[in-house]
Design a binder for this molecule. Sequence first.
Ligand code: B16
Ligand code: MG
Length: 229
Amino acid sequence: MPELTTYNLQHTTKTPFKACLFDLDGVIVDTAVYHYKAWKKLANELGFDFTEEQNEHLKGINRIKSLQLILGWGGLEMSDAEIQVLATRKNEWYVEMINAMEPNEILPGSKELLHSLRVAGIKIALGSASKNSSIILKKTGLADLFDAIVDGNVVSTSKPDPEVFLKGAELLNVTPQECIVFEDAVSGVQAGKAGGMKVVGIGTQEILKDADLVVSGLHEITIEQLKSL
Ligand code: B16
Ligand code: MG
């Protein structure tokens, strides 16, 4: 009889999740389209083209690293000072575009999931590489749904380093094991796993191999499903 009790306990001691950490671009909104337009304009001015396929490789990658990759594809070498100038130029075009964003640009199911998590008492943080997250959240009307914001302005190492998500857990006062990360980029999935968190990948199983669950968008997620992770 005592043996049976022990056996049952082992199967019921699953850490309940207390917080969700959301990446921004590709999970809650599709800002990749604006990044693409701004990077393409810059590349064209520099005398080469920039394709949508190349843009795919920049998802989750911070601004300076993205520019370094683009310059490499264009066969150009620049000093750090020149890189800063070009990154600022691209960012000004990008900010102009995201300033025109509207609430209807939120990806399907995002707002509904954020609302139901709040109702269920689950804490919510942003975990994004973007330094422009506050504009995007404000323009789409989502800012009040987050308990904490961790973005490119406060992290020093980029994904796949887990810093962005570990900071989110710390700000929400929960352990990494009590968190579920939502990510569309391979480097972001790796960051969540490296932080000891459960990860829901937004995309395809083929690409987001390391995720605990993969769905095509937040509209496919229920809280019951999250509890079973
Ligand atoms: P910014 P995420 C990332 O957002 C984008 O996917 C990536 O393409 C971009 O370079 C990066 O933010 C930095 O953005 O220039 O606004 O600081 O997916 O981490 O939310
Ligand atoms: Mg992303």
